[in-house]
Design a protein around this ligand. Structure first.
Ligand SMILES: [Zn+2]
Length: 297
């Protein structure tokens, strides 16, 4: 017996860009319900899990940042868990140690190579890898935050009880980086071919990012959908980790319709590795289809 072995890096050419989805970490958690579908009977969630050949009582939750090389700049979307597990008592045992930098090195990138870091939203698994022991992990990067998202966490008004710790974490990690940051709104350009898309709901100012190069299009949808079956086949079901549940459900439906109608590829932070696929629509609803070789031919 040699133990489980799974890939952690998936890189493909995308028009004139090169995109790498890099596994930061993953965790096995118990019980999809009531974290998802809390307004439903547990049997509804377990039946849907069974119909998709997964276990409703145990599920894998991966953390997958996306690295886009535009040819001019290396742009990293989100930073994974980093040292959260080591540095914050409250997260010990709940968060796996971030492996993003180690896996990046295996793929040929050093932390110092990253030119731009785009933070889709301020939740711990997205900002945790920005600093270690109070120092920036990516020493040469400038930062891009959604202005509404940054202001929400910085001001700290109307933060729900379950996110109080998240707010403390954000204040420790992000404002000290503000002098190297730009603050953008939906529609704004990060770099040629990369535009912000409003995806608020999961957090108050979350943004997705539309990537386009030589006619190829992909949406980095961040945490619009956090489970590849539940959130996509039942986008209306409430999700505990969504900060505004009604807005998150409306955003999910809008973005699912958009990526299905426009036939976009999707990179999803919590989709099963490699976290790249597309959304198929039938009269029965939406379904996540993992990429096969479309991006490797
Ligand atoms: Zn997340």
């Amino acid at each position: 017996m040699q133990g489980e072995l799974q890939p952690a890096i998936n890189r493909f050419k995308f028009g004139g860009f090169e995109i790498a989805n890099i596994m930061d970490s993953k965790v096995i958690r118990d019980q999809l319900h009531p974290g998802i579908g809390g307004d439903q009977p547990v049997s509804a969630v377990e039946d849907l899990a069974r119909a998709n050949r997964i276990d409703g009582k145990r599920f894998q939750h991966p953390f997958i940042p996306t690295l886009v090389n535009t040819g001019r700049e290396l742009v990293l979307f989100d930073t994974g868990n980093g040292a959260l597990r080591d540095e914050y008592e409250q997260l010990r045992g709940r968060m796996p140690a971030g492996q993003l930098v180690r896996h990046m090195e295996q793929a040929g990138y050093n932390a110092g190579d990253v030119d731009v870091i785009v933070i889709t939203h301020g939740h711990p698994d997205h900002i945790g890898g920005l600093t270690r022991g109070g120092k920036p992990v990516f020493p040469n990067a400038r930062y891009v935050f959604g202005a509404a998202e940054f202001d929400f966490w910085k001001r700290g008004a109307n933060v729900r009880e379950a996110r109080k710790f998240n707010r403390e974490l954000f204040v420790k990690i992000c404002p000290p980086l503000a002098d190297r940051a730009t603050f953008i709104k939906p529609g704004d350009e990060v770099a040629p071919g990369i535009h912000a898309v409003d995806a608020a709901g999961h957090s108050p100012g979350m943004m997705a990012y539309h990537i386009e190069s030589e006619g190829m299009r992909l949406l980095i949808w961040a945490d619009t959908c956090t489970h590849y079956v539940m959130s996509i086949q039942r986008p209306q079901w409430p999700v505990e980790v969504d900060d505004d549940k009604a807005m998150a459900a409306a955003t999910r439906k809008r973005i699912l319709d958009m990526v299905a109608t426009d036939k976009l590829f999707v990179a999803g932070f919590h989709m099963p590795f490699p976290g790249v696929g597309y959304v198929e629509t039938s009269p029965a609803g939406h379904r996540w289809v993992p990429v096969s070789y479309q991006l490797n031919v």
